[in-house]
Every structure is written in structure tokens, then in C-alpha cells.
Design a protein around this ligand. Sequence first.
Ligand SMILES: *Cc1c(COP(=O)(O)O)cnc(C)c1O
Length: 566
Amino acid sequence: MDSPAFAYFCMEFAVHPEIPTYTGGLGILAGDTIRAAADMGLPAVGITLLHRKGYFRQYLDFHGNQTESEYNWSPEHLMEKLELRVKIDVEGRPVHLRVWRYSIKGITGHSVPVYFLDTCLQENSPYDRELTDYLYGGDPRYRLCQEMVLGFGGIGALRALGYMDIHAYHMNEGHSAMVTLALMEEQAWGRGLLSLNQDDIVSVSKRCVFTTHTPMPAGHDEFGLDLVRSILGNDRTDFLIKTKVCSNGFLNMTNLALNYSRYVNGVSMRHEEVARKILNNHHIDAVTNGVHAVTWTSRPFCQLYDSFIPQWRRDNLYLKHAIRIPLEDIRRAHSEAKLELLQEVGRRTAIRLDPEILTIGFARRATGYKRPTLLFHNIERLKAIAERGQRIQLIYGGKAHPRDDGGKSLIRQIFEASRTLKESITVVYIEEYDINLAKYLISGVDLWLNTPQKPLEASGTSGMKAALNGIPTFSILDGWWIEGHIEGVTGWSIGDGWESLSNLESESASLYDKLEKVILPMYYDRPEEYASVMRSAISCNGSYFNAQRMVTQYLQNAYLRNLNNL
Ligand SMILES: *Cc1c(COP(=O)(O)O)cnc(C)c1O
């Protein structure tokens, strides 16, 4: 077997619309990375947990109150069950794992496996059987045990599968940081972690790559040392203390990964800068995220690209040539995608939206810093804009984490705004935002809105998906948009510049001004011009913000780079 260029670890992984093992951006990034690697014919593997109960299914009542239920899905129908078993040590007892394989096939037929670890086995105690059930559920003990399964179980599974020589172990976010400790134990060969010397540690670090996504100083992924000692045992805990990974009585997973990785990156140029500040000037590079182009391009646009630039599937850079597609073809493909979205909205909500009206989309995790209600900050102003004749309609989507009361309240506020605006603007909130719904939204609306609080949007990827479908972004200058934004060419900015912190009043004023004076007049009075913005969004941003470019950058800057002389 080819020795993999990289093994990609992530707590969540979106590999298939019917497999609910992801919550959002992070898992989609993992899936898109592996899809791109498969297209590029790279030897690689992905590792995650099985999450038999998934994240959760979302229900919203008339007032926008969210309730949740478990998923019940059967890996038997969707994955291949492997016979091998792995045993790891958690809280001083053995925990047994089984491995499931889902293979992602690329455009040339090369396939890349993603391995899903599963503790639901007779040999395990009832507690351990559920360890791989809930994604981001449970208490700190449960979470830390899960992270042990991902790190130690993941390395154990790779060896049992015969992957001995792996160029780079890529930890996507701190949840997989236990990988470093598992590799240290291998390095120690039964001599005990405390016997490792500096050369041993460097030899492990040379194989570790870490991507951070956290733009806030207090990462929630940290555990008190008492808990760490009871779950990891004395040897591992003493090693972490001795090597100064723990501080103030806590093990912070970002810290762990940071300490033992020879290459660390943030997920956009701006995020690199912000992360460096929070992470005590640790050396951090930037690899801006990208999305898997073929996955996120709607059928009408796939057909269009196939006929004008057939090389685009093999090499996404050719999307640059979209600039030669006639505007009327762009408009026709978009109208088709828009109709498909509106039909889907009708099927799901019985609300009929008007295909002639400028349709704005906003869908992402419902949580404070994403500020989904910024558009309603001055609701009278918004109403006045819509009542002046150039109409708009809005489609929302997004789940709040079950314990994020602030996020849940934001959903209720959108429902409330929807009732207030009833006579002038139709606002639809669609339940259960997932890959299926995202595909309709990011290809069918006319404008993709994003209003994060600066500088907390590490990257954001849904606007990249929209760009592949010729949909301009209208966003606060943060995350990827700082790099993708050309005013009036690929979309429009909200607020002034990216350096300053967010200011609610000035940002909402800027949003209304631009919507009223720039975007609506162009959309309704100069549709050719609007279509040319759509086309430039594809050519400038579709050609760059894709997972193929991203994986190439990881190869060049992290996986295959000779870091001996760093
Ligand atoms: C793309 C995507 C996300 C991430 O979008 P952001 O813009 O990064 O917030 C989240 N959820 C789903 C279902 C997606 O498809």
C-alpha cells in the first residue's frame, strides 16, 4: 500500500448527506479536503468517530423555539464494517474499538478511505459503548474520553490497518490533539513517556501538523488536571506537566497540539494574525480554506462549466476562464437553480416565494458572533427600503447548539422579525440546516449575506460555495472575505475595512445604505451588470477558494515540505 502523504484527524467529518457525523464548517472542511485529495490521486486517510446518534435533528415551533432529537442511522447500510479490533487504555481500563470504512472516490477513480471509530461493542462497559455516540455531547469526562478514542484509537487503528509510515498527521482543530501523545507513546516503545528526550520529541513533532480554528483566547476545549489524571493516568499526565503543556491547572487541547506540531496554521490571512496574538506569538502560517468545487456547484452550473471549460473538474483553476461565459448563460443557469431552491422551500414550508424578487440567503450555525439578526437591527429602516418598491425576500437556516441559549434566542428573534415584517418582506426560516439544504441555498439565492463580529470569523466557507454558483457575497470584511472581496466585482462589503473592531450601529447603517443604494438598483435596473458581478465571483473566487488549491497549499507548505531546516 502507498504510504499516505497525510492522515487527517477531525472530530467531525461530512462524507455523505445521509451520514450525520458533522455539525458544520469544520466537518465539511474535513470532507472537502478528502474529496479533493481523492480527485488529485493523493494517498491519504481520514480518521474520525462514528457518532451513532449524530449531532441532533432540529425542530422549530411557530415562535422559533428549537427542540432537538437524536438521529438514528445505520452505518451498516452506508459503510463497510471491518473485522479488526483496537484496544486502548482509558481511565485505567481497556476500551475496545471497531473500525468502519467509508471510501471517497475521486474523478479519476482513486479512492481515499475515511475510518470511523466505534466503541459500541459487547466487550465494553455500557458507559464505554456510548463513547462514540454523541458529537459534542456529554460532560467534560465524556468529551475527554472521546478525544482519547480519536487520538489513541486513531493511531492504533492506522497501525492495525497497516499504515506504518505516514508523512504527516494532520490535526484539524484541538479535539484531535491526543494524536501527539499517542505518537509520543509509540516513540517511547514501552519505556514510558518520561524517558523521552528532546530528540524523541522533535522526531514526533516533525510529523505533526495542526490547524487551529479558534479565534478566541478562551478555547472551550480544556480540561481540569484532576480529570486529566483520572482519564489519562499518571504517566501521561506527568509527562504533560513536565513538558509544560499544562498551565494553571488545565490541559488546553490547542496548547497540546501547538506544542508538538512542527507546522501550525490558521484558516485565513486575518485569522493567522489573530491566532498569533492569542497563542503567544507562536509561529503560525495561513492556509485559507477552500470548498470542494464539484460537490458545491449546482447541476445547472456544472453543465455550464462542462460545456465552456470542461477541464474545470480536473483542475479548478480553469474556473478563471468562466469570464468568457456569456452573461445570458450565467443568468439562465442561475434562474434554474433559483427555481429549484424556491420549489424546495415550498415543499418544506408551504411558503411560496417569488422568483422575480431579490432573494437574500443567510445560513450558518446560530450563535452570537455570527450575528444573524444584524439585518433586523433597524427594522423600520429595512421595512422602508422594501416598501419603496425594490422588493426583497429572505431565507434563513441554522441550528443552535443545544446548550447555546443565546443562539436559540437569535432564532426566536428572527421568527419575531418575520412577523413584524410580514406585510413588506417574506422571511422564511428553514429547519434542519445540513448539506442537503445548504446545496439549495448556496446555489439558489441571489445574494449571500454574512454579518460576523470582527475578528471572530476565522474563515467562513459558505460564501465560497455561493461564489462557485455565481452568487455574490455581501459581508462584513472578516475571515476569507478580506481576501475574496473586490467591491462591486465579486460582491460588496459591509462596514469600513477589516482592521477595526465591529460597531453595530455603523455596520448596520452601512448594510442598509449599500443594499438600498447599490445592490437593489443594480439588481432591478441593471440586471446585466448584476450578472457580470455574478460571473466575476465565479472567475475570481471560484477558481481560488476551492479545496484543490487548499490541499495543494498544505502539500507545499506543510506535508511535503522539508522542515529539517526550519
Ligand atoms: C458550508 C456549511 C457550513 C459552514 O459555513 P460557514 O459559512 O463557514 O458558517 C455549515 N453548515 C453547513 C451545512 C454547510 O454546508
